[in-house]
Ligand binder design. Structure first.
Ligand SMILES: [Zn+2]
Ligand SMILES: [Zn+2]
Length: 238
């Protein structure tokens, strides 16, 4: 596992496999922004990241990836983003990542890409206000709040709305309940996975929208987490 983690730092940012260097440049599609560039470096599975995306901050990277991906599994998207070294083991970037991958999956499923971008931009504005340490100091995990931001954005909730207001707060309540029941200390990976799972269930029950997520999902980041709950975490894999 240690080796697997290290691989994402030196090898392919998408899959962790080794890079290959070609004698002649060829056209390649960037795995994040989907733009085409000429390059002579890609991984053995064909992934290529352009120089622009290589130098993005965590927030911009999440935005760029979610704007352009056509994936419909928010858990899969979160894992791809979490493999990038800009996304730390723990950190407030997860507070934006959760609504961003949920919005991307939701609007990809509807084929509404313009709306997707607008909502992701607004989610980033709101998520920036959910600072690091919110879980332990404010009593509300930012990944859980991220699911409330997501439902607020797809329903158009405001402080004056009735049904939408209730749905947004109910969403956060369900996520925080699950996150709290799994116990501390915080893990931004576990809490993000739990929040995404709750949001997918909430969408199905309340909006009749089904997003297919990997039910067998396991965490690949536990070696980086000193406080990992190990066998007490539903996502732990030796
Ligand atoms: Zn790769
Ligand atoms: Zn790119």
């Amino acid at each position: 596992m240690e080796e697997e983690i290290t691989n994402h730092k030196v090898n392919c940012l998408v899959c962790g496999d080794v890079l290959t260097y070609l004698n002649e440049s060829e056209e390649m599609e960037c795995s994040y922004c989907k733009n085409i560039y000429e390059s002579n470096t890609k991984c053995v599975n064909g992934h290529y990241i352009c120089d622009h995306c290589h130098s993005l901050s965590a927030y911009d990277l999440i935005k760029e990836f979610c704007f352009n991906t056509k994936l419909e599994d928010p858990l899969e998207m979160a894992c791809i983003l979490m493999r990038n070294p800009q996304v730390k083991m723990h950190g407030p970037e997860h507070h934006f990542m959760v609504p961003a991958v949920l919005l991307a999956a939701y609007y990809n499923k509807r084929g509404d890409y313009e709306e997707k971008k607008k909502k992701i931009v607004e989610a980033s504005r709101r998520a920036k206000q959910v600072l690091g340490g919110f879980c332990g100091f404010w009593g509300a995990c930012g990944a859980g709040i991220g699911t409330g931001i997501f439902i607020s954005l797809i329903t158009g909730s405001t402080p004056l709305k009735v049904k939408e207001w209730k749905q947004s707060i109910m969403m956060t309540t369900k996520s925080l309940q699950t996150i709290a029941e799994h116990g501390g200390p915080r893990c931004c990976k576990r809490d993000s996975f739990l929040a995404i799972k709750e949001a997918v269930e909430f969408l199905k029950e309340n909006f009749d929208v089904v997003l297919d997520i990997n039910k067998e999902h396991k965490c690949e980041f536990n070696e980086l987490n000193k406080e990992c709950l190990k066998n007490n975490c539903p996502y732990f894999k030796d």
